[in-house]
Ligand binder design. Structure first.
Ligand SMILES: [Zn+2]
Length: 419
């Protein structure tokens, strides 16, 4: 299975690069206009009709092809509602058009055909050992390169086969923390998510202040907002990366598969509460959830760690023994059957971990006793499924929930008890 990773490098811009950005931007917009007017059926048709125009810029052929590529993809996305327009300065080149010699990136410039050095632009990349490890790894394939005024982004890919897990890690993500429970007994609570929420709150106040104070000049407002937005992203991303790397690294080191809640419906959940403040918080948290989820997903894919999504319904409403828990103050839950008090996040992560792992829950009903069957069925679906890396266990979960409802008589909407 192919896993991709984009690695970002800092660089100092060589002479001529800003002109190249501008020419490429104009070429993209030319190609978009041609694409909108001619409605080409495929990339090749667009290249045929736009090539003559784009060639007049005098740049290397690769840029004409790349501009057509950009134009074709943005026109495809927009679906003809309005004519798209490229404003940002950037360059995109496929892996045939650039050369990477250690940290020196060579991109084409003009096309005199002589192959002389003046036909190219050389960019010295900067990076730490982390970036170097990708460049020096002969097992990685290099993909396209994207150059923006701030960074050079090179995509790498490699073939990875997921390992056979010897156990699982359940991950429960909520607005305060990410809690992990592994089948080997390891548990961990990452409080960085709470910090991220605080940072986002602080920056929201800063941004409100900026807009208030610089109302007279939109350019200054825009500049300050983008500066603080960048700072906010840096701070939040750093913390999220720290958390997700540790999760995936632990799973890899102990050959455990990762199970996460499928948090697709989280927007709906927050819509139920009718206060503006909560709604706003919900949207903010959705970003964090989605970010954690996608980071864990691509990192585990890169590391060959198998990943499953489970239905998040009822993970904090039921004890591991299957009976309904009573909510106490301070995010504590009490199970009357086991006479045991749980930490809410702890229980949720244990429930996620135990989902569709029948071996981990021997006290369950008879249908889950024949666990081997269930597992192989899910495994095969995982291989055939559309989204091949992860699989959902919705069916077995829904069945389990139905049984719970039967057993417990009246049950409140479980999703309301989530947070
Ligand atoms: Zn219990």
């Amino acid at each position: 299975m192919k896993a991709m990773k984009s690695v970002s490098f800092a660089y100092t811009a060589p002479l001529g690069l800003s002109d190249l950005f501008e020419d490429f931007r104009l070429m993209c917009n030319d190609a978009i206009r041609i694409a909108v007017a001619g409605k080409p059926k495929n990339r090749l048709e667009l290249i045929e009709s736009a090539y003559a125009t784009l060639k007049q810029y005098g740049l290397h052929t690769h840029y004409a092809l790349s501009a057509c590529e950009v134009a074709y993809s943005v026109c495809g996305n927009k679906n003809g509602k309005s004519v798209p327009y490229v404003r940002r300065a950037f360059l995109k080149l496929d892996n045939q058009s650039y050369q990477l010699d250690h940290m020196i990136l060579r991109i084409p410039f003009h096309s005199s055909g002589s192959g002389h050095d003046s036909d190219y632009i050389f960019i010295a990349l900067q990076g730490s050992n982390y970036q170097l490890s990708f460049i020096d790894d002969p097992g990685l394939k290099r993909g396209s390169v994207t150059i923006t005024p701030n960074s050079v982004i090179i995509s790498f890919s490699r073939e990875v086969e997921p390992f056979e897990p010897t156990g699982f890690i359940g991950v429960d993500i909520n607005e305060r923390n990410a809690t992990l429970s592994a089948t080997d007994g390891w548990t961990r609570k990452f409080s960085e998510l709470g910090e991220v929420a605080e940072i986002k709150q602080r920056y929201r106040e800063i941004r409100a202040g900026i807009s208030r104070k610089t109302r007279g000049d939109r350019r200054i407002t825009k500049m300050l907002l983008s500066k603080y937005g960048q700072r906010e992203r840096n701070r939040t991303q750093l913390r999220l990366h720290r958390v997700t790397s540790q999760i995936v690294d632990y799973a890899k080191d102990h050959t455990l598969g990762i199970k996460m809640e499928k948090l697709k419906g989280i927007r709906k959940r927050y819509r139920k509460r009718n206060s503006q403040g909560k709604l706003f918080r919900g949207r903010m948290n959705t970003w964090v959830f989605g970010e954690v989820q996608s980071q864990v997903e691509y990192k585990s894919k890169w590391g060959g760690v198998p990943l499953w999504y489970v239905n998040p319904r009822g993970t904090s409403s039921y004890c591991l023994c299957g009976s309904r828990v009573v909510r106490l103050a301070d995010r504590k839950l009490y199970c009357p059957t086991c006479d045991r008090t749980w930490d809410r996040d702890d229980l949720a992560s244990k429930n996620v971990m135990a989902c569709a792992v029948p071996q981990a829950r021997p006290s369950r009903g008879s249908d889950e006793g024949g666990g081997g069957d269930d597992g192989s069925r899910l495994r095969s679906r995982w291989r055939e499924g559309k989204f091949t890396w992860s699989m959902t266990t919705n069916d077995s979960q829904n069945q389990r929930n139905r049984e719970r409802k039967k057993g417990n008589g009246r049950v409140r909407s479980t999703s309301a008890c989530q947070s």
